[in-house]
Ligand binder design. Sequence first.
Ligand SMILES: *[C@@H]1O[C@H](CO)[C@@H](O)[C@H](O)[C@H]1NC(C)=O
Length: 222
Amino acid sequence: MPNSRRQPNIFATVLGSMLSYALLTQAAPSTIRRDTSSGAPYQGGATYTGPSGDPAPIAQIFPNYTSQYNTATGAVDFHTSQGLVYRSITDGGADITTLVTFELSTQYSSNWCQIAFTLEDAASWATGSLQAQLFTSLAPATTDASSWPSGNLRDQDLGSIDIVVGGEASFEAGSGPAAASDGFFPCSLIAGQVYGGEIVPQGDAVETSWPAGEDGIKIVVY
Ligand SMILES: *[C@@H]1O[C@H](CO)[C@@H](O)[C@H](O)[C@H]1NC(C)=O
């Protein structure tokens, strides 16, 4: 019965295109980040304590889109199935960073959010320095690009993480505003909006990869 199998797929494809279009429309680069929210969610280097007590997380929000950026050519490989952060002493400056697009629902406006990076999936791994830097982006990636001037639109340095294979990364003390807040910030600062971020290799050589939308960078909601 080929028809009964094919129809839901066509519907899903159409729905998927509509959702992508909605996200792209909202993510129009010059309107999202530059005017009002440079460096959000840590504007002015604000520090936050996070929730009191030790509440259990209520949700984990993975990026809607994960993309790879080549720092030598400026090429963006949009909407990849894996995050990849790569630098080697022989790569001639052709580092790979991961660009992520987050859209947090307004239903979490009164919750605490926490930036976290885990390598807990069986398909996730890391070698080398096990260090990376987290940045906000001036605008999220929205399409494939082969070279500059598209660029990665790197914005504020949030801090550095020490990656833990099989567990959750910790922030390096004093490395930036997210480190000062242990990744916590009020969800209201980003709820209902589209934000871009970037994970960048740190140290002489490092390589880490994770299945997009299942592991790696995420926002944990409390
Ligand atoms: C992005 O992901 C969030 C959380 O998973 C979801 O609520 C939202 O609807 C997604 N947005 C789009 C445009 O797919």
